[in-house]
Write a protein that binds this ligand. Sequence first.
Ligand code: SAM
Length: 220
Amino acid sequence: TSVVDWTKSDDYHNSFLIAQDEVLDFAVKNAVDRGLPDIAVSPAQGKFLNLVAQSIGAKRILEVGTLGGYSAIWMGRAIQAEDGVLVTLEISETHAKVAKENFTKAGLDNKCKVIVGPAHESMINLHPNEPFDLVFIDADKKSYPQYFAEAKRLVKKGGVIIFDNVVRYGKVSDLSVNDVNTVGIRNLLAALKEDKEVEATTIATVGERGYDGFTYAVRK
Ligand code: SAM
C-alpha cells in the first residue's frame, strides 16, 4: 500500500468545493500570530458544520470550545434568522479575545457571543428561553460526558449534538490506551449507549487533521 498525503487530498477536494475566504484566512492567521494552538477544525469540517446548521435551519447554536472562533464563524454564517445566535464557551481569556477579534472581522459580532469560563459551569448557568438547535462539542475530551448531559438539557427535541475528536487515530478502541481524554470519550460512548433519548453514530474521518472522527447525535 502506498502512503497517502491526506492534506493533499483535502486540498484537492477543497479546491472544488470551498472558495478562498479572506475572513477565514484572517481568523487562521490571527490565531497563529497570537500563539494559539493549531487545533481548529479543518476547512472541510468547518464547511460540514455550516451545512449541517443550514440543513436543520439552525437559529440557535451552542459551541463548547471556541479557540480562535474558526468553527464558530463557519456555523455562525449559517444562521439566517435575524434573532439567531451562536453562544460559544471558552476557558482561556486569550483565546476568547482572539475569537472576538475574528468575529468582528467576520461581521458576526451581533451573532456570535463568547462566554469565558470552564464550559461545564457555563453550561449549567445557561437557562435560555428557547432551546438550541445544534450543539457542537469540541473542548477538553475528558469532560465530554458532562458536556453531553448539559447539551441534552439545552438542545431541543430533534436537535443535533456533534462531538468532535472521538476516534483519535483508533486510540479510543485500543483499551491499552488510558489517558484522560481517551477515557472521557469511552465514558461518553457508554452514556450514549444507556441513553434512550438520543440516537447517535460515529463517523471516522481522515484529512489534514489526520485520522479522527465525530459522533453525530439526535435528541429524540
Ligand atoms: N472549535 C474550535 C475550532 O474548531 O475553531 C477549536 C476548539 S479547541 C480544539 C478546544 C478549546 O477548548 C481550546 O480553546 C481550549 O482552551 C478550550 N477548553 C479546554 N478546556 C476547556 C474547559 N474546561 N472549558 C472551556 N473551554 C475549554
